[in-house]
Design a protein around this ligand. Sequence first.
Ligand SMILES: C[S@@+](CC[C@H](N)C(=O)[O-])C[C@H]1O[C@@H](n2cnc3c(N)ncnc32)[C@H](O)[C@@H]1O
Length: 256
Amino acid sequence: MSCGASTDHPVSRERTQWGNGRMRPHRYQTVRADAGHPIILASGPGLRRVEETLQMSFYRESVCPCLTHLAMRAGSLRPYREAVTRQASGRVLEIGVGSGANLGFYRNSLECVIGIDPSAGMLRRAAAMDTHIPVMLLQSAGEALPLESGSFDCVVSTWTLCSVSDPRLVLKEISRVLKPGGHFLYVEHGRSPDDNVSRWQDRLNPAWNRFAGGCHINRPISKIVAASNLRRISDSNAYASGPRLFAYFYQGDVVR
Ligand SMILES: C[S@@+](CC[C@H](N)C(=O)[O-])C[C@H]1O[C@@H](n2cnc3c(N)ncnc32)[C@H](O)[C@@H]1O
């Protein structure tokens, strides 16, 4: 069964063990047992802390997931999604899987995708997707992954490092769960290299952050990744189409 989990899925079970002791969620749930690859939704040990940190509210849990879902389905993002996901292979972890917009793009040949996200509202949408690959969804945050060290071939992040509370801690966790030689593949939006744009990003960031569920428009993604212990393989940063405040994209491949 997908990612080493048993096919016998009770709706709730305390302290079960997935794979070779690689992941210990508190509870898990089969969302669509009728599908070829049932998607499993689980809540992990770090969740209570995440909920406290993020101060989950109706706006954050219901309105934001709906708006984010609509925004992230934009056709203009598709080429970026394809470029990142087609490089992924083996056992893949997706950080901030959101409503599952990447799930349809992964190659058939990969072993499985474990998607984590702190938002139950986003995960519910992802769980409703049709998938051609084994997928497990885990409610957890990138800052405290309830996953075993050195257990993933690839970690993928698409437009998520803008939203996490502590990107440096998330990169530390990504590095921890990657196997030696494993890749972190990402496409993110962030700080523009142009002073006149970045000044406005700094001005508008506090208001945007509150409106957009914790999204930061001014994070210098390349610098943050460079400060981690991951080694750069490729890195291409450029404006995409759309308003410059939101459209400076960082695309990269770094290795543990
Ligand atoms: C802009 S959305 C991108 C979703 C998805 N990656 C995509 O490409 O459509 C940002 C996502 O990051 C998630 N997120 C926020 N804080 C997070 C954290 N601390 N760890 C992991 N994901 C987080 C949000 O819930 C949301 O689903």
